[in-house]
Write a protein that binds this ligand. Structure first.
Ligand code: KG4
Ligand code: ZN
Length: 349
């Protein structure tokens, strides 16, 4: 089955073709990051307008790359939520209309299920069951994944998502939006033990997270700094703060991952979503899994952040099992992961 996937939940227009026999055939991404950087964050109206501008040329581009004609598509998958309502509507409508014109089924995909399945784009993909740490700009959650569509949220952030805390701290350090990756680059030149920062909620039982206090502690330390901007001492202080902040986030995330793996008696840990691109997080997760006798899995770096490939894959798995969505396009800006239906291999549901 050959499926076109379409992602427009936030500020990336992602298109991809996934073949259930051959794997990923082609993918293309247009990031609006420069557009929103001017405003220090995503402007929803501008995001929708830009998706409209990019969608069809990118669709044509990805089909040409896959050397396919639209008539060779067996299905079309689109992100229906969670995300920005206007942005979701652009991709959902374009994808649904294409499927209608081709007379093939369409499927509304949950964006976080896309992230959760993204490691399955790799050659060395995890088997079920596993614990998944979903860490993006909008979500931080630990999920027990028994099979496709059978998800139990074990814990989540009660305030900021990890990526959001990275971005807000980066903004305070004067880095351009979204600064998470740039903050991680600065951290390489810093000393992670230079500045003591809290590890939120580690002294409490349970698997929930909180990053707002850590972000505030980093901002307080930054404001209290007596180094002069432009000097080498100030630059070193910024790098030390970035490294200390990153270490606090990584420690917090992995302490909860350890608890989740032990509580659920599982050995496989999947980390996906934008923050899973963080190299220190990956190294610490590998170390944890070696210690526990398990294994950690991630998407390749290009599929950690939002992309069409993960949506095409998630949609293809459900379409192959006989699921499809109707002509009435219903987007879900808020959509609890637990509401998804289970899929048993290749059986229509
Ligand atoms: O999954 P994603 O593209 O969008 C959402 O669904 O939210 O995640 C984007 C988030 C941003 O907050 C970005 O700063 C963060 O992922 N991010 C990183 C890194 N690369 C991206 N955070 C920390 N370290 C990185 N290397
Ligand atoms: Zn995402």
């Amino acid at each position: 089955m050959i499926v076109l996937g379409c992602e427009t939940s936030c500020d990336e227009t992602g298109l991809a073709v996934y073949d259930t026999n051959l794997g990923l055939r082609a993918h293309a991404l247009y990031s609006q990051v420069d557009l929103h950087a001017l405003y220090g964050g995503v402007v929803p109206e501008l995001a929708s307008r830009d998706h409209i501008r990019r969608l069809l040329p990118l669709m044509r581009h990805v089909l040409a790359d896959a050397q396919l004609d639209t008539h060779e598509l067996d299905g079309v998958a689109y992100t229906a939520g969670p995300g920005l309502a206007g942005a979701l509507m652009t991709g959902a409508l374009a994808a649904r209309a294409l499927a209608w014109s081709l007379g093939c089924p369409a499927l509304a995909v949950h964006h976080m299920e896309g992230h959760l399945l993204a490691p399955m784009l790799e050659n060395h993909a995890p088997d079920f069951p596993f614990v998944c740490l979903l860490v993006s700009g909008g979500h931080t959650m630990l999920v027990r994944v028994d099979t496709l569509g059978v998800y139990r949220v074990l814990g989540e952030s009660i305030d900021d998502a990890a990526g959001e805390a990275f971005d807000k701290t980066a903004k305070m350090l004067g880095l351009a939006y979204p600064g998470g990756a740039r903050l991680a680059e600065l951290a390489v030149a810093g000393d992670a033990e230079a500045i003591a920062l809290p590890r939120p909620m580690l002294n409490r039982p349970g698997l929930d997270f909180s990053f707002s206090g850590l972000k505030t502690a980093a901002i307080t330390r930054f404001k209290a700094s007596n180094t002069t901007p432009g000097t080498a001492a100030h630059m070193q202080f910024v790098c030390d703060l970035a490294a200390s902040f990153e270490a606090a986030v990584v420690d917090t995330l992995l302490t909860k991952c350890r608890r989740a793996l032990q509580q659920e008696r599982l050995m496989r840990l999947v980390i996906s979503g934008g923050v899973s691109a963080n190299i220190n997080l990956r190294e610490a997760a590998d170390k944890l899994c070696v210690e526990l006798g398990g294994e950690a899995f991630y998407p390749s770096l290009e599929f950690c952040t939002d992309n069409g490939a993960m949506i095409a894959l998630a949609g293809a798995r459900r379409l192959l099992a006989g699921q499809s969505s109707g002509l009435e396009v219903a987007i879900r800006p808020r959509w609890p992961l637990q509401e998804l239906s289970a899929v048993t291999a290749n059986q229509p549901v």
